[in-house]
Write a protein that binds this ligand. Structure first.
Ligand code: PLP
Length: 385
């Protein structure tokens, strides 16, 4: 069987072979396998050294101090820790401002907080998918404690004006959390320039392993974060549990590589993504969701009006793409991210997310264009009979 072309990098990326090699060095006897918290022998010291090197790489990626990085199991946990941790320490007093186009890993904890008594202000994105700074300004009242807005949307690739939202939050004395899972290596990240207090990242979105991530916690607010997981007091008390040396070494190496490639890689992705769009944009009834400005270079979300979405997805056998996000595609519901932008249920169902990455070749792009053109034209003909 000929495997389809992988164009679903926004749901996860393959581990870079250089990362896999680093990880393999941290598993077996003879490698750096020990518990980084073991202080009494050289094995432990080596593991700690490895973990702290990884911490410096991730800190450098976000332009923060290594002491501001808290290891987690991924962005879902980071988001939970940020939202629940801030409100638990305040006994659920005050309000949260977030949006209806966030990942479920923000929406569900926000709903949970709402049940605990937190007032949640849900902002709607504009037709372009962007969260308007003025809407954030209007939603911030004296009672609001935290704003949580993602940097890059996982379905559309739309980039939010976080630097402006950050500036606003500072003026108002409100904390800002940012889910930056989709942004690493795609857009510039600097937590100080963006005025962010908390930021979530996930290794498997940037060629690292699954099951590991980090939460950036600004030093001056660390006392305001209540841990979710207790036991042992690891990570300065903010997240207990034996550190997964191999996972962290992998995440560190992935961070080092993506930082090194940053500018070049984002430009190359944008060129390939634009080439893909240029190859299909003249097809009748084809539109780009979220527009063409201000989009992560890895994303292309396309509405193929004129054909049934489910049928199209099944017919595109040579491509591994997704309708909506991987997390919600088990259901037949249209993408809530697209409908929040004012796109009809029908058009949301006819939309497909194509996302490219480090290992997408020019041939992949050309073959994808040919395949989409062929299938879409065939479907259009059968449906008009
Ligand atoms: C992938 C993703 C998550 C979840 O990350 P995990 O590490 O898989 O838990 C959260 N938010 C966004 C925007 C994502 O893209």
């Amino acid at each position: 069987m000929q495997l389809p072309i992988y164009l679903d990098y926004a749901s996860t990326t393959p581990v870079d072979p250089r990362v896999a090699e680093k990880m393999a060095d941290c598993l077996t006897m003879g490698g750096v396998f020990a518990n980084p918290a073991s202080r009494s022998h050289v094995y432990g010291w080596q593991a700690e050294e490895q973990v702290e090197l990884a911490r410096r790489h991730v800190a450098s990626l976000l332009a923060c101090d290594p002491r501001e990085i808290v290891w987690t199991s991924g962005a879902t946990e980071s988001n939970n820790l940020a939202l629940k941790g801030i409100f638990e320490s305040a006994e659920f007093a005050g309000g949260l401002v977030t949006s209806t186009s966030e990942h479920k890993a923000i929406i569900d904890p926000a709903k949970w907080l709402s049940e605990k008594g937190v007032t949640v202000h849900w902002l709607e994105p504009g037709r372009d998918g962007v969260i308007d700074v003025e809407k954030v300004r209007l939603a911030i009242s004296d009672q609001v404690r935290l704003v949580s807005i993602m940097l890059v949307n996982n379905e559309t690739g739309v980039i939010n004006p976080i630097a402006e939202i950050g500036k606003l939050c500072r003026e108002k004395g409100v904390l800002l959390h940012v889910d930056a899972s989709q942004a690493v290596g795609r857009v510039d990240i600097d937590v100080s320039r963006l005025s962010v207090d908390l930021m979530s990242v996930s290794a498997h979105k940037f060629y690292g392993p699954k099951g590991v991530g980090a939460l950036y916690v600004r030093r001056s607010i660390q006392s305001q974060l209540k841990p979710l997981i207790l036991g042992g007091g690891h990570e300065r008390g903010m997240r207990s549990g034996t550190l997964a040396t191999h996972q962290l070494a992998g995440m560190g190496e992935a961070a080092r590589l993506i930082k090194e490639l940053e500018d070049v890689e984002a430009d190359e992705l944008a060129a390939k993504r634009d080439c893909l769009w240029a190859g299909i944009e003249d097809l009748p009834g084809v539109r780009r969701n979220g527009g063409s400005q201000n989009i992560s270079p890895s994303h292309l979300n396309v509405c193929f009006s004129g054909v049934d979405g489910e049928t199209l997805l099944l017919a595109l056998r040579e491509l591994a793409v997704s309708s909506g996000s991987a997390c919600t595609s088990a259901s037949l519901d249209p993408s809530y991210v697209l409908t929040a932008m004012g796109i009809s249920d029908e058009d949301a169902r006819r939309s497909i997310r194509i996302s490219i990455g480090r290992f997408t070749s020019d041939d992949d792009v050309n073959n994808a264009v040919d395949h989409i053109r062929k299938i879409y034209t065939e479907l259009n003909q059968t449906q008009s009979i």
